[in-house]
Design a protein around this ligand. Structure first.
Ligand code: GLU
Length: 493
């Protein structure tokens, strides 16, 4: 393959849609795999849709996902500027070239006339409303007069009727359109801004884009683009249209049915590795059933030839599963960094005065991670599933209390806490086990009689890691203090 240059060309809507992320990712993987360039171009020519800060949000979301581009609005490059609103004179120059070749023409039709035409065509049940080339009949002189008169106008593409427009697509194979179904598309709007079609083709050419990889929703625009490439006598890029993203009920993925912004998933605590892995599989597989991937392996294995034609179902269950897998495969030290950020944004970020044991030192948190790693799928679950590592329980699971907190329990637990008190300063897990064993023998009861209430007293819960793992992490003083506190609370409740 020659020089590979691909681009992600979003219109800034205010957020990065997961479908956009999929497009960006496939472009990125393709560029990296083929040692090409990945370009970000912001297609902001629709002034009605302008959203302040949207481009910045997009860039931030792409960078969070690890999709670093080689050229783009904030970093520049040889083919800039990379914001279409800064390239307006370029489009004007090229549209004039089209006009001089008769491939584009001025249209002065009023909105009323266009509306009436549309209504008429609807009445005739025409499949698609199309402009009727009315202004193509204007003489050069008439056009000049109207321009001199400052009449409002657009510039349209002159689509020749009665021929087939054919192009090849890596994903869809040979694609054919009947030119009778292609409208005389507006290229320059009445505000002087280009439409997507003109700006997109001119920029892809000038930026030397070799492959256009984008969502299937743009397939029906491609015949117009092909006409433009051919009219300019420019080499067409290679096209690859990616399959639609679908809800589990196979309807088009929409905002109504769930989150669609990358930002939403980030806020919900998904790892970027999991999101990227998940999105990579929305329309592509390596030909086997492997589902877990890191970015490096995706780069190594990705090919456009293995992108599917049929719609890709957005399966949240799989995303959850991938998140758990990616989290578990991280080293405890890497999780520590994430856990500290999570704590920083949680209610546990400030330590209640006088609390010594739970000072969240790195070594303390690493013990929590080791104990909980197999039980959590999200970093925030370290806090929600085991809040007792961050503050003493204020409540005790009602059903567990009823089941395990017998009239004789307080005296038995008191004895246990006295025994714990006799232990060395930093007891090991076995020390606690021996102490409990000893007390159970002395009381002539099964160990369970002590273990369940002990767990309840120190954690407030009936499930979690082994109770001896919990008390070792909490430490002797905190454990004893919690037993005493539970004895007060549970007795009086
Ligand atoms: N601006 C279009 C979009 O918002 C770009 C489509 C394309 O890649 O050609 O997705």
């Amino acid at each position: 393959m020659g020089n590979i240059r691909v681009r992600f060309a979003p219109s800034p809507t205010g957020y990065l849609h997961v479908g956009g992320l999929r497009t960006a990712l496939y472009n990125y993987l393709f560029a990296r795999k083929n040692r090409g360039q990945f370009i970000l171009r912001i297609e902001d020519t629709d002034r009605n849709r302008f959203v302040e800060g949207a481009a910045e949000n997009l860039i931030e979301a792409l960078k969070w996902c690890g999709l670093q581009f080689d050229e783009g609005p904030d970093i520049g490059g040889t083919f800039g500027p990379y914001m279409q609103s800064q390239r307006l004179d370029i489009y004007q120059k090229y549209v004039q070239e089209l006009i001089s070749h008769g491939v584009a023409y001025y249209c002065f039709c009023s909105t009323q006339r266009l509306e009436a035409l549309k209504e008429e065509q609807q009445k005739q049940k025409l499949l698609q409303a199309k402009y009727d080339k009315h202004c193509l009949a204007l003489s050069k002189k008439e056009v000049e007069e109207k321009l001199a008169n400052k009449d409002s106008f657009v510039i349209r593409l002159n689509v020749e009727p009665n021929h087939r427009i054919i192009f090849d697509d890596i994903v869809r194979g040979r694609v054919e359109f009947d030119s009778n179904n292609v409208d005389d598309q507006v290229l320059i709007k009445s505000d002087g801004y280009p439409t997507y079609h003109l700006a997109n083709v001119v920029d892809d050419h000038l930026m030397q884009i070799s492959h256009v990889i984008r969502g299937e929703e743009w397939l029906s625009s491609t015949p117009k683009h092909v006409l433009l490439y051919d009219s300019f006598k420019w080499k067409r890029p290679v096209f690859a249209h990616l399959p639609l993203l679908l809800n589990p009920d196979r309807s088009k993925l929409s905002k109504r049915q769930g989150d669609v912004a990358v930002e939403d998933y980030r806020t919900k605590g998904f790892l970027k590795e999991a999101l990227v892995n998940f999105v990579a599989l929305l329309g592509w597989n390596a030909g086997d059933d492997q589902e877990f991937y890191y970015m490096e392996e995706l780069i190594e294995k990705f090919t456009l030839e293995r992108v599917n034609k049929s719609g890709a179902v957005f399966d949240l269950e799989k995303l959850n599963w991938l998140n758990a897998e990616h989290l578990r495969k991280k080293s405890n030290e890497d999780i520590l960094i994430l856990l500290k950020q999570e704590i920083h944004h949680s209610q546990f970020s400030t330590l209640p005065a006088g609390r010594q044991v739970l000072n969240y030192s790195d070594s303390y948190l690493l013990q929590v991670i080791a104990a909980m790693k197999e039980r959590v799928s999200f970093v925030k679950e370290y806090l929600t599933k085991s809040p007792y590592f961050f503050e003493p329980p204020k409540e005790f699971e009602e059903t567990a209390v009823q089941k395990n907190w017998k009239p004789e329990t307080p005296a038995q637990l008191k004895k246990l806490s006295n025994e714990f008190n006799l232990l060395v300063a930093n007891p090991a897990k076995e020390d606690y086990e021996h102490a409990l064993h000893k007390v159970a023998e002395e009381l002539n009861v099964g160990k369970g009689k002590l273990i369940h209430p002990l767990r309840l007293a120190v954690s407030g819960m009936s499930t979690g890691p082994g109770v001896f793992d919990i008390v070792v992490i909490l430490g002797k003083e905190e454990t004893i203090s919690r037993i005493n506190k539970a004895l007060e609370i549970i007795k009086t409740s």
